[in-house]
Design a protein around this ligand. Structure first.
Ligand code: RB5
Length: 144
């Protein structure tokens, strides 16, 4: 499941196409082209679909990856990570059990984005007790 605003449209199209070539069932939501589109709407669509378990992962792209990441993380059970390197993607999966990858269309080259997405998809969650405990803490209600 891939969503973006206008600033992420080009990169989203590229990584979605790459995923199709890998044999994944790809759904694209959000901006239909590079006309201005509010990124929180794309984050809402992706977060809801991942939470409904219709999709295991989501990918969100905006200019920096930051806006979509902030919005997606408003949903309990969504663990969105804005990654700018393969190492971040690997650690986001291993340590944070990230289920949404956020990418910056104005930050990353197409090649970098594909490498980051590949690393994210290929890395399993580390099931060590300390990580599971911390991930449960991430998803717990905040008392404030
Ligand atoms: C749109 O100009 C830009 O603000 C958006 O794509 C994103 O980078 C926000 O975080």
């Amino acid at each position: 499941m891939f969503g973006s605003d206008h600033a992420g449209f080009q990169l989203r199209s590229h990584v979605a196409e790459w995923s199709r070539e890998q044999g994944h069932d790809v759904l694209e939501v959000g901006a239909p082209d590079e006309t201005s589109y509010d990124y929180p709407n794309a984050a809402d669509l992706v977060a809801k679909l991942v939470l409904s378990q219709e999709r295991e992962f989501g990918v969100l792209v905006c200019g920096t990856g930051i806006g979509v990441c902030i919005r997606a993380n408003r949903y309990r059970g969504i663990r969105a990570a804005d990654c700018t390197s393969e190492e971040m993607a690997v650690l986001a999966r291993q340590h944070n059990a990230a289920n949404v990858l956020c990418l910056g269309g104005r930050i990353l080259s197409k090649g970098q984005a594909v490498s980051i997405l590949r690393a994210f998809l290929e890395t399993p969650v580390d099931t060590a007790e300390r990580h599971a405990r911390r991930v449960a803490m991430l998803d717990a209600e905040v008392d404030h």
